[in-house]
Design a protein around this ligand. Structure first.
Ligand code: SF4
Length: 211
């Protein structure tokens, strides 16, 4: 019998939840402002790279106000190794200014407010909502999108559509944990080029098995 998307999602959650670490974080910064800036910088690069650069950036600019007043050329030189550093430098300085000017230097915790900040899209906002606010959040990045499509939870390519469809398959209290365990699964097992299907614990519930 063909499995429903709901049962594939539930089984995937139960299996990956059991075998994954209790706490999963890819970016090391814990403070809301620093995490926000780190996620903006994480586009098109590795988390390890961002974590290294973040240490240098925040030792020089510890607060939103410090970064809001930063010299852009200095910021560019610090974050150069993350790629797209011209655009990212502009975004992170402007995001810091937005925080200072509109939110009293405090990171807001609602989707509409977060996405009003420079350089902050739904993925970045969802990380803050899930990790800082501890509210339901489906975080769609390249790993998550690839894995949920392969398992058969969605056929969508557009991140916002993926987010909407997957959110309907699981109770809200599981959304954030699901995001993290699926993301980890994509990094460790369901690789873009050579997924390890023969060793995959989700294989019995995966629509693509064997890939
Ligand atoms: S069976 Fe293969 S394609 Fe499916 S989730 Fe596992 S690794 Fe990915």
């Amino acid at each position: 019998m063909e499995l429903t998307k709901e049962s594939r999602a539930e089984q995937t959650f139960l299996i990956l939840d059991r075998i994954s670490p209790a706490q999963i974080t890819f970016l090391t910064q814990k403070d809301p402002f620093r995490l926000l800036i780190s996620v903006i910088m994480s586009a098109q690069t590795t988390d390890r790279q961002v974590n290294e650069v973040a240490e240098v950036l925040f030792s020089r600019y510890p607060t939103a106000r410090d970064l809001a007043e930063a010299d852009i050329e200095t910021v560019k030189s610090i974050i150069r190794s993350t790629g797209y550093f011209n655009a990212k430098a502009k975004h992170i300085i402007n995001a810091a200014r937005d925080l200072v000017e509109h939110f009293d230097s405090t990171v807001p915790l609602r989707m509409e407010e977060l996405t009003s900040l420079s350089g902050v899209g739904r993925k970045t906002a969802s990380v803050i909502i899930g990790q800082i606010a501890r509210k339901p959040a489906i975080i769609v990045d390249t790993h998550f999108g690839r894995v949920v499509r392969r398992i058969g939870l969605t056929e969508q390519e557009d991140p916002e559509r993926i987010e909407r469809e997957v959110a309907l398959l699981l109770p809200p209290e599981r959304h954030y944990r699901f995001s993290m365990i699926v993301n980890l699964h994509g990094r460790q097992v369901c690789h873009a080029k050579k997924p390890k299907c023969e060793a995959c614990p989700v294989a019995p519930f995966c629509a693509s098995y064997p890939l």
